[in-house]
Design a protein around this ligand. Structure first.
Ligand code: CP
Length: 271
């Protein structure tokens, strides 16, 4: 009998897309998912991420998917757990599986990254999506630009800035980001005027190149960073990104389980 594999999806921050698409990906691959709700777990009694993860390992988890508010949560785990650990979001640091599904969505559109002008627009300084995507896209040959309201820039990253009006005219891909209010120390933005000043209005969308596409990792704040009517417009790939999230996460899980010598157990079970 092949060994049954169990995935522990430990989400210490809210999630709709990432969590559900990991569950779908795991179940499509024949992996059992362990139910973990932070609010009803022993985390509320003070148990740490480290002890929660070690507990999952002790009771038989074969892999873990973790989202946590700390930028560096994975550093204390990687040398102390004997299983694949997938980063489903680390504070404002990195969101690698989101980046990979974004890359897939862009590649499906253009078949290359070389020379593509990609503008990442929004709350750059608090966005793990911006951090993961900017370097990945640059490495693959895209020209990466940022557009941000004052105070939302990240000057530790060496990328040129455009105004949103410049951005819409030059971009092949416009990747919009929401304002990450939960990572701000104080209310830093008037969302009422944000769309007109810094967001994608209908007027700006009409200035985009005919082939240019709109991405957004979501959740979308309709009427803030993007006019609500543009979320499902012909150039929007926002829901395609979510669909691609399942496929990319299946591929990541399969690759990691192969590397850890566990994938044949799934393959056997599916025969
Ligand atoms: N894009 C993304 O990470 O969405 P969730 O927070 O809903 O998982």
């Amino acid at each position: 009998m092949p060994r049954q594999l169990f995935a522990a999806n430990l989400f210490f921050e809210p999630s709709t897309r990432t969590k559900m698409s990991f569950v779908v990906a795991e179940r499509k691959l024949g992996i059992e998912t362990l139910d973990f709700q932070m609010e009803s777990s022993s985390v509320v009694k003070g148990e740490s991420l480290y002890d929660t993860a070690k507990t999952c390992e002790a009771i038989g988890a074969s892999m873990m998917v973790i989202r946590h508010q700390d930028d560096d949560w994975y550093k204390e785990l990687t040398n102390n757990l004997s299983m694949p650990i997938i980063n489903a979001g680390a504070g404002k640091g990195e969101h690698p599986t989101q980046s990979m599904l974004d890359l897939l969505t862009i590649y499906q559109e253009y078949g290359t990254f070389s020379g593509l002008k990609v503008v990442i627009a929004g709350d750059i300084s608090h966005s793990r999506v911006a951090h993961s995507n900017a370097y990945a896209l640059q490495t693959l040959g895209a020209e990466v630009y940022f557009a941000a309201a004052p105070g939302f820039e990240d000057m530790s990253m060496d990328f040129p800035y455009l105004s949103i009006d410049e951005a819409v005219e030059v971009c092949d891909v416009l990747m919009l980001l929401r304002i990450q209010h939960e990572r701000h120390s104080r209310k830093s933005c008037d969302t009422f005027s944000y769309l007109e000043k810094y967001g994608l209005t209908r007027e700006r969308e009409q200035k985009m190149k005919a082939h240019a596409i709109i991405l957004h990792p979501a959740p979308v704040n309709r009427g803030v960073e993007i006019d609500s009517c543009l979320v499902e417009c012909p150039r929007s790939r926002i829901f395609k990104q979510m669909e691609n999230g399942v496929y990319i996460r299946m591929a990541i899980i399969q690759t990691l389980l192969q590397e850890w010598g566990m994938y044949h157990e799934i393959a056997l079970e599916k025969c």
